[in-house]
Write a protein that binds this ligand. Structure first.
Ligand code: WT7
Length: 641
């Protein structure tokens, strides 16, 4: 078909050809247990599993490899010591290009993980404890995760851009009594006061933290609370710390993610299935070859960092680059400087970064060599064909295949993508299902759509990397993902399948928006807004944004006697940043005297979305509104703003 872009250099790829994909995919559906028990052989196990999947979507109970015992830190670090102890495991590139980068061999990574494990034990962490990691994107963030895995503690990484308030919520939700943090983070020369944020979070009610482990990173002046706060370098030691044997279904980590309600959910992943999924998908999708350098530009605060900076690459014995900085510091050529400096072969980044760089013109790219690049990846949101073409033609000079990987925090790893040596690509389409993935498109009533169709994307059979629960609230897990279409996992995404069987994600169909690849519940921003004492009511929707993909559009009604001014707008923006973090900063705030509601009081978000999109031709039926005249005022307000 004409919309295909042929995979370049296809014959060089060895990990999976088109024929192998067909066979493996077929096998994975025909006999999933056998297929996944085979793949489980990618990991070392203390006790090898004999059981594959044991799951049900009604009632919801998901287990994989339940009779197996393993440890993912062993798989990511220790097991490589004999064969590739001297090979680079991690290359660290700091925010400031003038500061030295660091390369850690697997043997050195082992030493640093052991030191971190000792430090965790010294501050009182034991198997099963939740450890909150609130860190810059630096080596110690990675070793903190691995050290938790090593001693059987459950990590909960909270992105360093979140506010004290957001951090406090995530600490209380999983009753985390331990924090690993740094004095400061720095991104594009801008300091982020991590330790001060921790101090503020610990003032909040319900937070019950015993010990804080602090890594000295920038050397900034911070306060240490006697007895509670411990410098890493003061408590770390080199004593032997063996890997705890973990049952496959023992929790590995919690990662908070936004949904349709105001409160983020603690998505829970367990050890064996997640490990096998991360290892297998990394192997096939990134087509990694020994000796290559792989760079995922994500932050360890997101699931992309968990699966494809830390666990996937390291379990495969790869060299994974960890980047502390941002794409535009010191200039918009930084990505390509890093690529040249470290001879990066595989690059995995997000459409929002691609669009931001594209806007600055080709010269930032073409002035750098990029000759080392072999494969390019995209993740986090739909990539528009224009950005795809630029990534393909300008960055990759039409010689690097692009993988557009669709997945979610809840899926543990990539679910839909083309494989670089197997499939031709289509700009804007994620492509085909990974092994064991059974996508299904359904209509609003749950009717299954066959062939070429557009509908809501469900997955009808479990896969090893699937989240097992929402931490502490299994009922919420069931409600959120398995109640809309009983017996199926509902992704929350809309999707089209074309006549070649390629999947095109069209975006969220729930009240979740995707801002610069960051998932945000509109309800979260609303809750933050109404906490302001001048705000009566707020409704938040997404609208198309050139760089961010979606921007945050807020409709705000004020308390009687308050007037919407530019000053108040700025104040509300600040207020949301303080409550959630800079990633939730509203792009537009429109003051309104009311929100469009049905007579039963339900906000008609459809209308708010259309107005925010500047699309008034298709407002649909507004006759059920309690106050139909409000629509005109909303439109007038949009035009003025
Ligand atoms: C949501 C999940 C996947 C790890 C990072 C985000 C959107 C993700 C793609 C893609 C179109 C994508 C979906 C999904 N999304 N990747 N390649 N094409 N949309 O994880 O924060 O859990 O967000 O991101 O809407 O549901 P997340």
């Amino acid at each position: 078909m004409s919309d295909f872009v042929q995979r370049p250099g296809a014959l060089e790829h060895t990990h999976c050809t088109a024929e192998q994909y067909r066979r493996l995919y077929q096998n994975s559906l025909a006999d999933p247990d056998r297929f996944w028990l085979d793949q489980a052989g990618r990991l070392d196990w203390f006790v090898a599993p004999r059981t594959g999947g044991n799951w049900s979507y009604d009632p919801v109970e998901i287990k994989w490899f339940e009779d197996g015992t393993t440890n993912l830190c062993h798989n990511a670090v220790d097991r490589h010591l004999n064969a590739r102890g001297d090979q680079p495991a991690i290359i660290f590139e700091p925010d400031d290009p003038a500061s030295p980068s660091r390369t850690l061999s697997y043997a050195q990574l082992f030493v640093e993980v052991i030191q971190m494990a000792n430090a965790l034990k010294a501050i009182g962490v034991r198997r099963g404890d939740r450890v909150t990691i609130y860190m810059p994107n630096i080596v110690e963030g990675v070793t903190a995760m691995l050290a938790c895995a090593r001693i059987g503690a459950i990590h909960s990484v909270v992105f360093g851009g979140f506010s004290p308030e957001a951090l406090a919520g995530r600490l209380t939700d999983c009753d985390s009594r331990f924090i690993v943090t740094a004095d400061q983070a720095v991104r594009g020369t801008k300091p982020v006061p991590l330790k001060a944020n921790v101090d503020a979070a610990l003032e909040r009610e319900g937070v019950n933290v015993e010990s804080v482990l602090v890594i000295r990173h920038t050397g900034a002046d911070i306060t240490m609370a006697e007895g509670r706060d411990h410098w890493f370098h003061a408590v770390a030691s080199d004593d032997d710390v063996p890997c705890e044997p973990m049952a496959a279904e023992d929790p590995l980590f919690i990662l908070y993610t936004s949904g349709s309600t105001g409160k983020p959910k603690g998505v829970l992943h367990t050890t064996g299935g997640y490990g096998v999924w991360a290892a297998t998908t990394f192997h096939y999708i990134f087509d990694y070859r020994q000796g290559e350098t792989y760079w995922c530009t994500a932050d360890i605060g997101w699931v992309t960092g968990h699966s494809y900076i830390v666990y996937g690459p390291l379990m495969n014995g790869a060299t994974s680059l960890v980047f502390e900085g941002v794409p535009n510091h010191p200039d918009f050529g930084r990505f390509w400087d890093v690529v040249d400096k470290h001879q990066v072969n595989i690059l995995y980044t997000a459409p929002t970064a691609i669009r931001a760089l594209m806007r600055e013109g080709d010269q930032f790219v073409t002035s750098r060599s990029r000759a080392s690049l072999r494969l390019l990846g995209s993740v986090g949101e739909p990539i528009n064909p224009e950005a795809w073409r630029w990534y393909y033609e300008v960055v990759g000079e039409s010689r690097c295949p692009i993988i557009d990987t669709w997945w979610q925090t809840e899926t543990g790893g990539c679910m839909i993508t083309t494989l670089p040596g197997a499939h031709d690509m289509k700009p804007g389409s994620a492509g085909l299902p990974m092994f064991g993935v059974r996508p299904e498109l359904v209509d609003a009533e749950g009717g299954v759509l066959e062939g070429e169709a557009e509908g809501n994307l469900c997955i009808t059979a479990s896969w090893p990397g699937q989240a097992r629960s929402v931490y502490g609230d299994h009922e919420r897990f069931v409600q959120t993902y398995f109640s809309t279409y009983p017996g199926k996992y509902f992704t929350g995404d809309g999707c089209r399948r074309d006549s070649d069987g390629y999947y095109w994600i069209t975006g969220r169909v729930d009240d979740v928006i995707n801002v610069s690849g960051h998932r945000m519940g509109t309800a979260e921003v609303e809750s933050a807004l109404v906490l302001h004492d001048k705000v009566a009511e707020a409704a938040v929707v997404g609208y198309p944004h050139d760089i961010k993909g979606q921007g945050i559009y807020c409709y705000v009604t004020l308390n009687a006697g308050e007037d919407g001014s530019e000053a108040l707008e700025a104040e509300l923006r600040q207020h949301v940043r303080r409550e959630i973090g800079p990633i939730a900063t509203p792009d537009r705030i429109q003051f309104t005297d009311g929100l469009p509601k049905t007579r039963s009081g339900k906000i008609m978000r459809r209308i708010l979305r259309k107005v925010a999109e500047d699309d008034y031709g298709s407002l649909g039926d507004t006759s059920t509104l309690a106050d139909p005249s409000l629509v005109e005022r909303l439109i007038a307000g949009r035009r003025d703003s």
